[in-house]
Ligand binder design. Structure first.
Ligand SMILES: Cc1cc2nc3c(=O)[nH]c(=O)nc-3n(C[C@H](O)[C@H](O)[C@H](O)COP(=O)(O)OP(=O)(O)OC[C@H]3O[C@@H](n4cnc5c(N)ncnc54)[C@H](O)[C@@H]3O)c2cc1C
Length: 332
């Protein structure tokens, strides 16, 4: 019997576990998920919570309720991977062996990369919606907003769901119009990219939409500092944007425990083949979801596609067949 170990019980880890468990009998494989949190968060709903269109209680589930039947849940945090000897270590002192290791640890939100962000978050008009608490706090601020500068500041790529800040800016614009306060609101989206979106056919349409909606776009803007005294967000490039409400999305990195491991790049994202989803140095280690360095959007919808490919290939391998499925990079 093969031992499959999945690190991370987020969207990607749960989806791949479910697919594998559906296919593999209990005699063929054991499937174990190691995850430190006892709660599972459906992050795609955070944007809607901030806009008052979804409720926090619909987005949080006890972890044991989302672990697929027939899989084992170990509540612990992975602290080390020893790929040459096929085992991992946890903060709780466990040593867990594997035949196949699936990395699904998501991204870390690096608030400290933007000076002034951590200490001012949730007060003085400084907000985020990339955490559930942040989305709940922002909801009240959006609800009470009457006039002034509303800024959505995006970090450099890669960060998870690059569509979410665009969606927030457009929906805030729409909300302010419906409330009759749009003429008193100055809505701005900053982006490290040259425009709202750079890939056709969406780029032209989105750029036109932002223009027609009178939403300012500040391109080439990497947020470096939130200056609460002067109420401006400063970029690494020396640009500034004034805010009354500044919604800042922190830069994303891979989890810090990977640091110095040969399986990750300089930002701690797992290096893996973008089509086969197999780690570059070890063919029994796989990466799925936001933790991987794939050059495609970090989204749950992308992880769903990857889960299908990875599960099909792993089942084929375990049954002595050639793993033929490949990931195209598409997210829908
Ligand atoms: C505001 C917002 C809006 C979004 N909107 C959308 C959307 O509309 N559509 C969409 O498809 N996607 C959206 N996303 C992105 C989507 O939520 C992520 O792409 C998705 O959650 C990725 O799944 P994942 O399992 O890779 O990472 P996660 O779901 O983040 O899960 C990673 C898991 O790994 C665990 N972990 C971390 N470190 C360790 C460790 N050392 N040991 C063990 N476990 C560990 C974490 O606790 C976590 O449970 C949005 C995200 C945000 C924040």
């Amino acid at each position: 019997m093969s031992q499959i170990l999945i690190l991370g019980g987020g969207s990607a880890g749960i989806m791949v576990a479910a697919r594998l468990r559906n296919e593999l009998s209990m005699d063929e494989a054991s499937i174990t998920i190691v995850e430190p949190s006892d709660k599972h968060y459906y992050q795609a709903g955070f944007t809607l919570v901030a806009l008052g269109l979804d409720e926090p209680e619909y987005l949080v589930r006890p972890m044991e309720k989302v672990i697929p039947a027939g899989c084992t849940f170990i509540k612990d945090e992975v602290s080390n991977i020893i790929p040459d000897s096929n085992y991992i270590e946890t903060k709780g002192g466990k040593r867990l062996e594997y035949d196949h290791l699936i990395l699904a640890t998501g991204t870390k939100l690096s608030f400290s990369e933007v000076e002034g962000l951590t200490e001012n978050l949730g007060k003085d008009g400084v907000h985020t919606f990339y955490t559930l608490e942040g989305a709940i706090a922002l909801r009240k601020v959006i609800d009470e907003f009457e006039e002034g500068n509303f800024v959505v500041a995006q970090p450099p790529m890669p960060f998870k769901c690059p569509g979410a800040p665009i969606k927030l800016a457009l929906m805030v614009d729409d909300l302010f119009r419906r409330k009759g306060i749009r003429n008193k609101a100055n809505v701005t989206l900053t982006t490290a990219l040259p425009s709202v979106f750079t890939r056709e056919p969406y780029a032209t349409k989105l750029n036109q939409l932002f223009e027609s909606r009178n939403i300012n776009v500040m391109p080439g803007f990497n947020p470096g500092k939130v200056d609460v005294e002067n109420r401006v967000i400063k970029s690494w490039e020396g640009k500034e944007v004034p805010y009354d409400v500044g919604v800042v999305i922190p830069p994303n990195e891979g989890e810090p425990f990977y640091e110095d491991m040969p399986i990750v790049d300089a930002s701690n994202f797992v290096k893996a083949d973008k089509h086969r989803l197999v780690q570059e140095g070890f063919d029994n280690i796989y990466a799925i979801g936001d933790c991987a360095n794939y050059p495609t959007s970090k989204t749950a919808s992308g992880a769903r596609k990857q889960a299908e490919v990875l599960a099909n290939n792993l089942v084929a391998k375990l049954r002595g067949r050639e793993p033929r499925h490949t990931y195209s990079g598409h997210i829908i």
